[in-house]
Design a protein around this ligand. Structure first.
Ligand code: ARG
Length: 460
């Protein structure tokens, strides 16, 4: 445990900082998560300081050695960050002083906590973008497998949550594949703006010391260097963009969750979730609930809230650094963790679902969703589409009021509505014929789905 805690800025004041004020302003409980990034940034900084002869090689080696030991202590729990240290940067600096004495103070030559925390945040974001990219790739792989398994299984496609037209189930799964692919592209694009080093901006105006920010950028694997030191310490756009990208992933997941919840219900009965991913009721023995999907849908609200939090924190903040910005971390960490966990568990649950193919085959064969086929059949027989639509509407009404499904309507009855209808009408009143009659690019036919699967496979 650190003793003789001293705040980094205390010397100018005649009274010690009020304990309640310190408790209120301490961020250790949150930013302790950044210790690896913080130590990495410090080692790069001191390496550069030694190369530029701002500190001696021996001092730099002592500092680096001490920092590496502190990383191990934090890792194995022998050093427990205390709130009295104000933030993780000070926890590490105070511990370094305990270990190597006053030479520890040289680490902060030409560096402020403002460029330090900005650096830590960018390193953290880089790691989380990589994690999310992997998790999205995992989800896309599951979706591609589902599309392959169910490429020739016919389900209902919906608009307005009304059965609209029969489609290949593979087509449905590939729709989500495309959403998660865009999420991946969004994060990949964001990485360009994240991977810019702010280190060397110091408090906000730069330094009188002959720092080499390009070298620390290189040591930390950043692609480029801040163009402006004020912006370097006060830019939180990357956090806003990141949480926004997380919110979009969660929005996609919550739409998918809604489908899973509905489709696994008794009323729909299209989908079976493995018992390993469902919960029961302590009171109602028949219940099988899609809790994982429901929780993902619920957690989406948390991530949306985080986006509003960070936007509101930044609104109206004068340049450059303001302490308000410390509040960026809870929404950032929560969004990264919630989105990653949601993606991983949802992918795993999805792997453990199966479509109820027999029931779907029975339902789709008899359904009014084949009505569009009749309208398009009439169009092929030169009936103007508006008339075809009207005629088909009348056929649908007749079907409902007489309790006769479309494929079972006798030819004579069909011809009452239009005399262009012939025996070949029955060829298109099969869901498979309906699905495969679609000829356009990216449509729901088996051939189109096979082509989409081919392209999707190349993406992974
Ligand atoms: N804990 C602070 C944060 O996260 C570190 C920067 C402190 N800088 C300062 N000028 N007080 O924003």
């Amino acid at each position: 445990m650190s003793k003789n805690k001293e705040l980094l800025w205390q010397s100018r004041f005649s009274l010690p900082f009020d304990r309640d004020a310190l408790l209120f302003s301490s961020s250790v409980h949150v930013d302790k998560k950044l210790y690896r990034e913080d130590i990495r940034g410090s080692i790069a900084h001191v390496t550069m300081l030694a190369e530029e002869q701002i500190v001696s090689r021996e001092d730099a080696e002592q500092i680096t050695g001490g920092l590496r030991e502190i990383e191990v202590e934090l890792e194995n729990g022998s050093l427990v960050p205390q709130w009295e240290d104000e933030d993780i940067h000070t926890v590490i600096e105070n511990r370094l002083k305990e270990k190597i004495g006053t030479v520890a103070g040289k680490l902060h030559s030409g560096r402020s906590r403002n460029d330090q925390v900005a650096t830590d945040t960018r390193l953290y974001l880089r790691g989380r973008i990589t994690d999310l990219d992997e998790a999205l790739g995992g989800m896309m792989k599951v979706l591609l497998d589902k599309a392959r398994t169910y490429g020739e299984t016919i389900i209902f496609g919906y608009t307005h949550l009304q059965r609209a037209q029969p489609i290949s189930a593979g087509h449905y799964y590939l729709a989500y594949f495309n959403m998660f692919n865009r999420d991946r592209q969004r994060l990949c694009d964001l990485l360009k703006r994240v991977n810019v080093s702010p280190l060397g901006a110091a408090a906000f105006a730069g330094s009188t010391l002959p720092l080499n920010p390009a070298r620390t950028a290189e040591l930390l694997g950043f692609d480029s260097l801040f163009p402006n030191s004020i912006d370097a310490v006060s830019d939180r756009d990357i956090i806003i963009e990141f949480i926004s990208a997380c919110a979009t992933v969660m929005m996609h997941l919550s739409r998918f969750a809604e489908d899973v919840i509905l489709w696994s219900s008794y009323e729909f009965g299209y989908l079976e979730i493995s018992d390993a991913f469902a919960t029961g009721s302590s009171l109602m023995p028949q219940k099988k609930n899609a809790d994982i999907a429901e929780l993902v849908r619920g957690k989406t609200g948390r991530v949306y809230g985080n986006l509003m939090t960070i936007l509101t924190i930044m609104k109206g903040l004068p340049l450059s650094y303001n302490r308000d910005m410390q509040e960026d971390k809870p929404p950032l960490f929560d969004s990264a963790e919630t989105t990653l966990q949601s993606l991983k568990i949802f992918s795993k649950m999805l792997e453990n679902t199966a479509l109820k193919e027999d029931r779907l085959a029975k339902l789709t064969a008899e359904d009014l969703s084949l009505a569009t086929e009749i309208a398009e059949y009439l169009v092929r027989k030169q009936v103007p589409f508006r008339d075809a639509h009207r005629i088909t509407g009348k056929i649908v009404t007749w079907s409902i009021s007489n309790g006769v499904t479309l494929p079972k309507i006798p030819l004579g009855q069909f011809r009452e509505f239009s005399d262009v209808i012939e025996n070949d009408i029955y060829d298109c009143l099969k869901p498979e014929a309906s699905v495969n009659s679609k000829k356009t690019h990216g449509s729901c036919s088996f051939a189109s789905v096979a082509a989409q699967i081919e392209e999707a496979g190349k993406l992974l």
